[in-house]
Every structure is written in C-alpha cells, then in structure tokens.
Design a protein around this ligand. Structure first.
Ligand SMILES: [Zn+2]
Length: 318
C-alpha cells in the first residue's frame, strides 16, 4: 500500500498520575469532578453499547486524512476502511483491533456527506487480514430542510478524515471521569485536554474512550452534503454546517491529545450517538447547570498518522 503512514511512540505516564492531575484540575471547570482508576466496566452493555468490552491491550490513536480533504472543496477520492486502519495501526501480535471515534461518513455508500461514529471490533483472520466481527457504528445525516436522522450502518468504510482510538478491546484499568455542573467555558473534552496540557507541557499525552452526556443537552453539528462553493474560512464552514441542540443521554466516542507533536493532528474529536435518533459532532453542553458527564478513557501508546494532507490548513477543526 502506498499510503503515507507516520508512527510516533508516546511516553505514557501512569493512569494513577493522570487521574490525580485530572482530578485536581477539573475542579476549575466543573462544580463537581472526580477522576479515579477503576476496572473498565463491560462497555458492550447499556448505556454504552460499544463493540468490545474494554479499552485494553495495545493502544494507539489513528489520525486519518484531514479537513483539507473536505474544505475548501471535497476530494472524493479520499476513502478509507476500518480494515485498512486496523492493519496499519495494530501491533503485529494483536489478534483484535477495536476502533472507536469520530470520522466523516462513507459518502459514496450513503449517497451524501454525513457524520460517522466508528464503533467496530475486528479480528485477525487465518490469512492475517483483519475482518469485522462486531459493528455498532452509526451515522447521522441531514437534508436541505434540516431534517436529520441517525442510523446504524454495517459498512466498514469512511471518508475524508477520521480520528479513532484503537485498542484490542480487552478488559483493563481505565480512568473513570465524572463531572457535573460546568462552571468553565471549555467543553468536557477541552477541559481535560487543557488540564493535561498545563501539566505535561511539551510532552504529548493522548487519550481515547467513551463518555456519556448523562443529563442536560448538548450542541452538535451534522455536516450537510458537500458544498459546491469553496469554503474558505471557519465562518464559511460554520455557515455550511447544521447545528442542533440534542438531548441526553448521548454516547460519545472521543479522542484527544494534550499536544500535537507536529503531525498535523485533529487535537480533539468527539462524535455521539443515542437510542433516540440523535447524534453528530459534539461541541459543548448547552445546559451547564444541569449537565453531568461520565466517561471511561485509556492512554494511547502511540499516534499513527495516516495519509496526512500534503497541503494543510487550520480551517474546520473545531
Ligand atoms: Zn466531527
């Protein structure tokens, strides 16, 4: 395969150290915040509905493609698959690859641009090639009348850009993050990211996992079909995107990095799905008084940058 792939191994701190730093730091962002190290609950169960029970085994964050393939104008040749990501990211000894996160949808299969919530378990078959064995991936799309829908999708493809936490889906110790009543301006993920950035400074620490917006409401966007006129600024992108307030509980699949080690990363990316026909790209909760979050996260041992755009820009990364 000729795809351009770059791998950076990370110096992982201990989960206990990260838990203490987040526990101490999130108090500046939420009235109540508590972070501890626990055995990962079975995340295949309600309310999470993930494709594998845990976030353990070999871990990495895959950053595939990027916004430059979407704006100013779509590049329709930029299509990827979960099998491809698994084969590029998984350790040679790994039997499983469990992918969760946020990506653009397989526009060529759905028939229009859309949001994807990758949530898929692959196993290495006898031939050594990864095959999907469990897929609870959802996508959301919106039409010209601003009517949106959320559906499951059995395909294993996505388009343009994707940010995924890759593990082996095994039981493990994880960070349990609980936060209630937001008092700061940052969203839940940005708050954690900034706390880690402040502590670790120039050393990148990268996390992935799943969290619930358990109570309250949140602002999400859904990309409409591709713009036919070039999107040249963040204002252009925000006028093109469709924004909605959606209801809890939302299951969010998230990756974030305290720092970009010059890989042209999406520094944070979170997509949400639900059992009530709502889902999309998470921006922030709109009900700081009523919001509560519950998340489980693990540390990534590596960042794998796949097919980074040669010509890049900072538009459309919020
Ligand atoms: Zn997104």
């Amino acid at each position: 395969m000729s795809t351009n792939v770059k791998k950076v191994t990370l110096q992982k701190p201990s989960l206990e150290e990260v838990a203490k730093i987040l526990n101490d730091g999130l108090g500046k962002h939420f009235e109540h915040a508590s972070v501890s190290v626990v055995d990962c609950p079975d995340l295949t169960q309600s309310p999470f509905h993930l494709a594998a029970p845990g976030l353990g085994g070999q871990t990495a964050i895959a950053d595939v493609g990027g916004p430059p393939y979407l704006v100013p104008l779509v590049q329709r040749d930029k299509k990827y698959s979960f099998e491809q990501v698994a084969s590029l990211v998984a350790d040679k000894t790994s039997e499983n690859a469990f992918l969760i996160g946020a990506s653009a949808g397989p526009f060529h299969l759905v028939g229009q641009n859309c949001e994807l919530m990758p949530n898929v378990l692959l196993k290495r078959g006898d031939s050594g090639v990864f095959e999907v064995v469990e897929n609870n991936t959802h996508f959301s799309k919106v039409n010209e009348k601003d009517e949106y829908s959320l559906s499951k999708i059995s395909a294993s493809e996505f388009g343009l850009l994707g940010n995924m936490f890759v593990s082996e889906g095994k039981p493990c110790k994880v960070l349990k993050v609980e936060a209630r009543k937001r008092t700061g301006a940052d969203n839940f993920v940005t708050a954690m990211r900034n706390v880690l950035r402040e502590h670790y400074q120039q050393t990148p620490v990268s996390l992935g996992g799943s969290f619930l917006v358990a109570t309250g409401k949140a602002k999400l966007h859904i990309m409409p079909d591709f713009s036919t006129k070039p999107l040249l600024s963040d204002d252009d992108v925000n006028n093109w995107l469709r924004f909605f307030e959606m209801d809890s509980p939302l299951v969010c699949l998230s990756v974030f990095h305290s720092l970009d080690p010059q890989l042209d990363l999406r520094i944070e990316h979170t997509h949400c799905f639900s059992d009530h026909n709502q889902g999309g790209h998470y921006h922030y909760d709109t009900t700081p008084q009523d919001v509560s979050y519950l998340g489980y996260f693990n540390l990534a041992s590596a960042i794998v940058r796949i097919d980074a755009p040669k010509e890049t820009h900072g538009i459309g990364r919020d």
